[in-house]
Every structure is written in structure tokens, then in C-alpha cells.
Write a protein that binds this ligand. Sequence first.
Ligand code: NAG
Ligand code: NAG
Ligand code: NAG
Length: 382
Amino acid sequence: MELQISSRVCQNVLITTVLSICFSGILFTYYKPTVNWINQQTVSRPDSCNDICINALKMSNQTEMVNITSITNLLTQAEPVTPTDPDTILLIWMWPFGAKFDLGICRSRYNIHGCRLTDNRDQFNNAHGILFHHREIKENDMPTLPRPPFQKWIWMNMESPSNSGPRSALNNLFNLTATYRLDSDILVPYGRISAKTGGKTTYTIPHKNKLVCWIVSNWNSNHKRSQYYESLKQHISVEAYGRGFNKPVSNEDYSGFVSSCKFYLSFENSIHKDYITEKVYHPLELGSVPVVLGPPRKNYEELIPGNAFIHVDDFSTAKDLAEHLKLLDQNEDLYRQYFTWREHFVASSTYFGPEHACWACDHIRRYKNYRAVNDLNGWYWG
Ligand SMILES: *[C@@H]1O[C@H](CO)[C@@H](O)[C@H](O)[C@H]1NC(C)=O
Ligand SMILES: *[C@@H]1O[C@H](CO)[C@@H](O)[C@H](O)[C@H]1NC(C)=O
Ligand SMILES: *[C@@H]1O[C@H](CO)[C@@H](O)[C@H](O)[C@H]1NC(C)=O
């Protein structure tokens, strides 16, 4: 749901303002009614808040904790492409969420050459790849012509299995997957922690005037996150905003709001492996410390430095977490430990649609091998 609106909002955005608009796009969902569719140092559960504080200190040596190469593995192992190779054509069968984007974006934004994106279905017989977005797949709107033998069909989905339904017609159809899951053929996470290009720099923590914040649009008392919030607020005051609380935050206010919070509750709406969304990457971008609820800490640490966030599982109770947050509120040095990773790394979030299309086109250009995803339903929803 968040994804849907952010894509719409992002569609007309200039490259340089993509991120900020995307932030607001996400915010948009919190008060605008939407169609409801579907480290090195392991932190074990500490007995007291002090243990986690000590662990946080030990984790300051984090420069090797993020392995970007593993994310771009597929591309780095690829076959060499010569400039004389003809352009690779990727046909966007339907615009993800109906949101168009600039067809020249692979070159202008990602510096990917030799990829030609098109939405002209007449190009079917020439297209090396076809991109299908799960939400818009309709059985009566699939290509009917025989597929050229070289052509690869790509399945794109960023929603968790809980938020998107399986379809019987999806098996034995696609060649490549493009999702947030780390075992996708084309990996498109919700964000990235990248090494700073200019080397080490200091980071100035934005001004804070709130302790714990949460923005939620979709309140469901059965969600694990709602139950955790109910416990947490018994022990610490939470600034709860968003449609779920009838306290919308405007697009303009979103970035400033998140920046001004010492901690932000990055609670996922459903819990699945690798489902680590913009709810984490936005506070990381905006200078807040995410308190995450989702898959296990180990899973987060595959993508995000272990000392950049606090995991609810680090504490045996919500009360212990609350005490830890209060301690960090009182102790500036301890709080700063959650920002040391920023000397070497910078967080960014994904521009949905274009990232899938460009990485997919680049992938097809470099990998000519046979590939088929036979049991897509079993892989994603099994
Ligand atoms: C910690 O950083 C130092 C250099 O600052 C490096 O030599 C050492 O290998 C790092 N330790 C680990 C476990 O990565
Ligand atoms: C990063 O990932 C690559 C590929 O999986 C691996 O070869 C390399 O050793 C990893 N580097 C670190 C520092 O973990
Ligand atoms: C793509 O997958 C389909 C369905 O499994 C298969 O028939 C086709 O040969 C595959 N094509 C390539 C180029 O891998």
C-alpha cells in the first residue's frame, strides 16, 4: 500500500529531488485513503539494558559490516559487454502501480548504458526482456504471441507475501525474479547502505525535540506491531501520528518530523525474511535511530550495520526496551554510538519501478544463460 502511493508520487519527479519526494510520497499514504490490496558482534538477548549498551559500544568497528559486493554480485560476475553489442530492449508490459517514469532513466540516473526501455507492446518480438509487475498482472492481459526463444520474462513484486496474493497462473511463466528478497535473481532492496565515495566524514546529528515517534497508516490490532506498541507505551511516551491515529503528518512536514525524533519505530506490518522496508531506510536517511520489529536481527545485519538500529528482540520485554531508550536519552555519548557508521556509510532508499527496470535490463544484457522460475508460488508464498 505504501509502495503504491510512493510510486505515484514519485512518477514525475526530477532525479535530484527523487528522494525527498519519495519520502513525502510514503507520508502521503498516512493520511490519504488508499485502495487496500493486498557484524561482527552478535547481540543476543541481554538480561539487562546495560548489556546492550556495552554491545553497542563494541560494535563501533563496523566498516566491514556491510557487504555491498554481495548485493551486486550478479552484476560483478557478469560477462563482459562490448560497446558494439546492440542495445538490450526491455518492454515494460504494465507500469508498476500505473506510475510512468522517464524511459531514459537507466543512463541518466544509474549510468547504465546499452539498455533501451520501452512501453510499446509492438516491440514484443524484439524485446529481450519483459517486465511484469505482480499487482497489475491479469490473465487476460498477458502477451499472446509466441515468445521469442531469447526473451526473458521478469516478475517484479515488492510487497510481502502477506500483502500480496499468490495466483495459480504464475508458475512456469517467468525467467527472473526482481523483488526485495535476497535470493531474487535481480535484487531490489527497499534501500541501501553505501560506502561514502569521498572517504570518512563526520556526521552532524539533526536537532532533536522528540524522543520516540511512530507514524502508522494501517492500524490493525492483530498486527504484532500494534501489540508491541501497546506494551511499549505503558513505559515510555510515544509520539504516535499518521492516519492510524487520526494525526496525519503532511508531506512537507514528514522529513523534519522524522529527523526531530531520537528514535523512530520501524515496525513492519508483516514479518517475513528480508522484508525490511522504507520504514527503516527513511529514518536512517533522515538521521533518526530506527527501533525495528520484523525478521530477526541477523537478517537486518545482512543489509544494515548492526549498530545503526535497535531491535525489539534485543530486549526480553518492552519495559526493558523503554528503559534502554530512556538511558540513551540521558546519555549523549551512548546515543552517538548509533551514528558512528555514518562516518563511512550513507543510507538511501529505492526509487521503485526504475530500479527494477534498469537492473533487470542490465541483468539481461549481461546474463544470456537459460533460466526459468517454475514454482514461483512455492518460492514466494510457500
Ligand atoms: C576493526 O578495524 C581495524 C582498523 O580500524 C581493523 O584492522 C580490524 O580488522 C577491524 N576488526 C574487525 C573485526 O573487522
Ligand atoms: C562480500 O561478499 C563476497 C561475495 O559473497 C565475499 O566473497 C566477500 O568475502 C565478502 N566480504 C566481506 C568483507 O564479508
Ligand atoms: C523462460 O521461461 C519459460 C517458461 O519456463 C521457458 O519456456 C523459456 O524457455 C525460458 N527462456 C529463457 C530464455 O530462459
